[in-house]
Design a protein around this ligand. Structure first.
Ligand SMILES: Nc1ncnc2c1ncn2[C@@H]1O[C@H](COP(=O)(O)OP(=O)(O)OP(=O)(O)O)[C@@H](O)[C@H]1O
Length: 228
């Protein structure tokens, strides 16, 4: 599903964020990406949905060769990937339902399918009754549930999450993790960067630790392993 072969990433200002990453993540895996601030976790994740391009090395995601992927083909890649962010990134002027629908509109889903699928996704995250509210009228946890609905509405093979519980209190965070667990139970691969020690040490999964742009640990049912 994801294969990185000696991937390096340098930003235009000269910073090397990744220094030779090789890793394979199989279909249906649930992987936490951990490491100190500035270690390269977000960069690692951004390469997977072609938000950033590798400077050197080979990277394949869902059968797409990311280094060779033309800009106009990026939507084809993203059709099979759902992304969840720390700050939700919902569009403020759209309702919850419209935010979820937008993800289908941009990939050209026929209108007649959109309404049903949005309704199913909102029911799935338990927020069918908030469909007509705007993000500002929702709690942080509810906004993140809407973001999860948006990520899964197209039934992607891969969910990428960058600190999805970073802005949430512990109880709300566990609610979001239950959703991720259910998504993974359906066979969807999950890659999640996190600083949440309690979640990593309780809901045990594969742990990839990145430090200074290198993978320093890769364990099945691993632990968080940092004091921050
Ligand atoms: N757009 C950018 N331009 C220049 N440097 C960047 C850019 N994005 C990230 N970096 C640098 O690349 C390195 C890795 O950053 P990255 O955001 O991947 O780390 P991180 O592990 O996700 O950190 P955090 O846990 O704080 O989110 C850092 O030194 C950072 O300053």
């Amino acid at each position: 599903m994801i294969e990185m072969q000696d991937v390096w990433k340098q930003y235009p200002n000269g910073t090397w964020a990744l220094n030779g990453i090789s890793v394979r993540i199989g279909k249906g895996e649930f992987v936490y990406v951990v490491g100190p601030s500035g270690a390269g976790k977000s960069t690692f994740i951004k390469l997977m949905y072609r938000e950033e391009r590798p400077t050197k090395g080979h990277l394949f995601v869902n059968g797409f060769n990311i280094e060779r992927l033309k800009d106009r083909k990026v939507p084809l890649l993203r059709r099979h990937i759902g992304v969840v962010f720390q700050d939700f990134k919902l569009l403020p002027n759209l309702t919850a339902a419209e935010n979820v629908a937008f993800a289908l509109e941009v990939i050209g889903t026929p209108k007649k399918y959109i309404r049903r699928r949005v309704k199913d996704a909102l029911e799935w995250v338990g927020l069918a009754d908030k469909a007509d509210l705007r993000p500002a009228q929702l709690s942080g946890g509810e906004q993140q549930r809407i973001a999860v609905a948006r990520a899964i509405v197209n039934n992607p093979q891969l969910i990428i999450a960058d600190e999805p519980t970073g802005n949430l209190d512990p109880d709300t965070s566990w609610g979001i993790m239950k959703l991720f667990q259910r998504i993974n139970d359906r066979g969807t691969t999950i890659v999640m960067a996190t600083h949440n020690r309690e979640i990593v040490n309780t809901l045990r999964k594969r742990v990839i630790a990145i430090e200074a742009g290198c993978i320093v640990r890769d364990e099945d049912k691993g632990m968080y392993g940092y004091d921050d």
